[in-house]
Design a protein around this ligand. Structure first.
Ligand code: ATP
Ligand code: MG
Length: 458
């Protein structure tokens, strides 16, 4: 991409001359005549570089640099000084200018300085990016799961990471699909390339095409410059197509071609562009059903469903719920400087019994909220929100979880009985004869059971 340069000089002939020199090398140049106009121009557009004269009427170069720093703008500044005023140039460098050139300006020198400033800026950006990437890897190390289902997922990740096969990750919202995509990328030989995510559901379909494939300058109204698409950015790395079920039928056709040929054209372009990418797709919808309902192309489905990874909902991960809850509690407790030690057994039971429609994300958010509210000790049931502790009548949770809480067959039976009786009593306003009739048992049997299960409050 060509750098955008803002040129500031009060002398019209210098402005015209330098602008021509730079435009010859296809830089985009905006020229203004003083500091005030420069600030205005900065407000309107993004510039990579500013070349400014030091002595100007009104706001001079020094003031302009100070102003830019105060605005917190990441832009490289090169200053121009009259011959013999190096002291002032040094002063400007102290303020954060990148370099200076003396007037009269020689074309070669200015082009060289500009090129150097731009590569320095790119290095700086890369540095930020590298730091971000390290953070990502650290996060992967935190993907937790001891249940059989999750161990299987980890095993698949390990195997598929070594290959270039296309992966389809399916699972309810908040089950960790994005974490899995990252894990695959950072364990693959593509780890030094980019992982480019595209949320197909969040980008309006009329924009998605140019977002994915890029466009040529003038391809449509508003396409003022050539744009690189996400497929091109991902070259050498991985593209993560999130919420793939939301892709329009016409884009599905185009995606199919990229998957088959690893080749496409930019919107409005004719030149085929080849890319070396791994594709990972994810969805919280049932894609097979979408295929049956003709909402998703069958041929595309088979193309992406090469290695399927199914992430189980949190409610089916047994003891992982408690392990994750403790993990998040430790994390947030450390972050917020609290000394929370864990959960009471009753609170753990409630957490294990809840059905977690929002999965790991919901659990993580809940624990964060609890950490905000409490400072020390153990989290108790009464600290938990009603939706977690309330038993939904008619909701029979999975066996695995019940067993985890109850521990034995008899305790499980007791737990179910207790719940059935509670529901019946609640429904009949606590009148035992009515409750007995509802359950089609004798009143004496009901009374006995109530006593045995400790429901009479004794
Ligand atoms: N196994 C895990 N261990 C630790 N944290 C996890 C785990 N799974 C998910 N998380 C955390 O839960 C949150 C949700 O995960 P993620 O964004 O990957 O879910 P998702 O399946 O992509 O959800 P959605 O369908 O809503 O996009 C994230 O903050 C993630 O770090
Ligand atoms: Mg996601």
């Amino acid at each position: 991409m060509k750098a955008r340069i803002l040129l500031v000089d009060d002398d019209p002939s210098t402005r015209t001359y330098i602008k021509e020199v730079l435009e010859e090398k296809e830089y985009e140049v905006t020229a203004v005549k003083n500091g005030m106009e420069a600030i205005e121009a900065l407000g309107d557009g993004d510039f990579d570089l500013i070349i400014t004269d030091l002595m100007m009427p009104g706001m001079d170069g020094f003031e302009l640099i100070r102003h830019i720093r105060a605005l917190g703008r990441e832009v490289v500044v090169i200053i121009m000084t009259a011959y013999g005023s190096t002291d002032r140039a040094v002063e400007a460098m102290h303020l954060g200018a990148f370099d200076f050139i003396s007037k009269p300006v020689k074309p070669d020198l200015i082009l060289m300085t500009v090129a150097r400033a731009i590569s320095w800026m790119q290095l700086k950006k890369e540095n930020v990016y590298l730091r971000e990437k390290l953070k990502d890897r650290y996060e992967f190390g935190r993907m937790i799961g001891y249940s059989d289902a999750m161990r299987q997922v980890f095993e698949t990740i390990r195997k598929v990471a070594a290959m270039d096969s296309t992966v389809l990750i399916q699972g309810e919202s908040g089950t960790g699909k994005e974490l899995v995509a990252r894990a695959i990328h950072y364990h693959s030989h593509r780890r030094n390339g980019l992982l480019i995510p595209v949320n197909c559901g969040a980008i309006p379909s009329e924009l998605l095409e140019s977002e994915l494939f890029g466009h040529e300058k003038g391809a449509f109204t508003g396409a003022i410059r050539t744009k690189i698409g996400r497929f091109e950015m991902a070259n050498g790395g991985t593209i993560f197509l999130d919420e793939i079920s939301e892709m329009s039928p016409q884009l599905q056709v185009k995606l199919l071609r990229v998957l088959q040929e690893r080749c496409f054209e930019r919107v409005g372009g004719v030149r085929p562009i080849e890319v070396d990418i791994r594709v990972i797709a994810a969805t919280n919808q049932n894609l097979e059903k979408a295929v049956a309902e003709h909402k998703f192309r069958e041929d595309l489905y088979y193309r992406i469903n090469v290695v399927p990874i199914h992430l189980p909902p949190l409610r089916e991960r047994g003891s992982d719920i408690i392990i994750l809850a403790n993990h998040f509690l430790k994390k947030f407790s450390r972050k917020m400087n609290k000394s929370l030690k864990g959960f009471t057994p009753e609170a753990e039971q409630a957490l294990a019994r809840y059905h977690w429609p929002g999965n790991v994300r919901e659990l993580e958010n809940l624990i964060e909220m609890l950490t905000v509210m409490k400072d020390e000790g153990l989290i108790d049931v009464k600290d938990l929100p009603a939706k977690v502790t309330m038993q939904e009548v008619g909701f029979l949770p999975s066996l695995e979880r019940e067993l985890l809480i109850a521990g034995s067959y008899q305790e499980m039976v007791n737990m179910f009985e207790r719940r059935i009786l509670q529901a019946a009593l609640e429904k009949t306003g606590g009148i035992k004869s009515k409750a007995a009739r509802l359950l089609k048992i004798k009143r004496t049997t009901l009374t006995e059971k109530i006593k045995k299960l400790g429901l009479d409050g004794s």
